[in-house]
Design a protein around this ligand. Structure first.
Ligand SMILES: N[C@@H](CCC[C@H](N)C(=O)O)C(=O)O
Length: 294
């Protein structure tokens, strides 16, 4: 294997993450490597979080995010928690400032091992999300799926958390919807020029909801952190919940999201290491560390 980089297979409450250590190197994880890693059951992932040397003074690292289809993403809340856990274990530090395509973000590991990531401010303008046509009010946009006179899902809220999200509100079991069928159609709908992450959300109280997400570039996942943030912001904007909400996700894990009065959205939850190895960032060829678990 040529010029390998260390990686850790991790998960953020079930969101499958590869944390790749690209520090001290000038190359990138290629789309071909992402596709190869995702094709192997042992390294199948939803996102790769590639940690690079910092580009901007005041930040510790630049984090590049790749979806399992090889495309780039601006934000990944669950992946950022995995990055923090890996770096905290290595350095003993508890707080970090990162740069991503979406901008600078801060994160902290708490004494109980949970991690909070400041996901920045949400954006609601149709050009910021982006949408393909003008919607003055993105709390509810015109979009539906299913029969025209009896849509199965309709009128989602649209939000940017650095990446595009559409939240469809439902009042019955989120599992009763065929998200695996509707997800790809909605992700690639012409209204979303950069595609979108598609979430079905059931509000269960002013402080709780259940969500399922079809992720742009990754499909159905066990959790999506930026979708949790987008769902809470959209729910609070439409007076469905308050600004501090716990979310049950498909993997059975819980995330907590607080939309602070200063407009920043804080995502809190757990992260878990599974095993470590090394890989070729240009091809995805990999080997497991011999002392690794599982
Ligand atoms: N799993 C992530 C979101 C990943 C990015 C997304 N698929 C996109 O392309 O925007 C999370 O935890 O936020």
């Amino acid at each position: 294997m040529a010029s390998t980089a260390p990686f850790a297979k991790m998960n953020g409450i079930g969101n499958e993450i590869i944390v790749a250590d690209m520090r001290g190197r000038a190359d990138q994880v290629t789309a071909a490597a992402a596709l190869a890693l995702n094709a192997d059951a042992a390294t199948r992932f939803d996102q790769i979080m590639a940690i690079h040397d910092a580009k901007t003074p005041g930040t510790a690292y630049y984090v590049d995010i790749l979806n399992s289809d090889g495309t780039s993403a601006q934000a990944c809340g669950n992946g950022m928690r995995c990055v923090v856990q890996a770096l905290a274990a290595e350095t003993g530090q508890k707080t970090f400032t990162f740069e991503t395509r979406a901008g600078i973000l801060n994160a902290r590991e708490h004494a109980d091992g949970t991690i909070s990531v400041d996901m920045g401010m949400p954006h609601f303008g149709w050009q910021e999300i982006p949408l393909a046509e003008e919607f003055r009010d993105t709390r509810m946009i015109e979009l539906q799926i299913g029969p025209i006179d009896a849509p199965v899902l309709h009128s989602p809220s649209a939000v940017s958390m650095g990446n595009p999200h559409a939240i469809f509100w439902v009042d019955r079991d989120v599992w009763s919807y065929e998200l695996e069928r509707f997800g790809p159609l909605l992700e690639n709908h012409p209204i979303f020029p950069e595609r979108a992450n598609i979430t079905i959300a059931e509000v269960t109280s002013p402080e709780s909801m259940i969500i399922r997400t079809w992720e742009r570039g990754a499909g159905l996942t066990k959790a999506c952190g930026s979708a949790a943030c987008a769902s809470v912001v959209a729910a609070a904007r439409t007076r469905r919940t308050g600004r501090s909400v716990s979310l049950l996700t498909p993997g059975g894990g819980t995330l907590h999201v607080e939309w602070r009065e200063d407009d920043h959205v804080i995502l809190t939850g757990a992260a878990e290491w599974e095993f470590s190895g090394s890989f070729d960032p240009s091809t995805g060829t990999w080997a497991r560390d011999t002392e690794s678990a599982a």
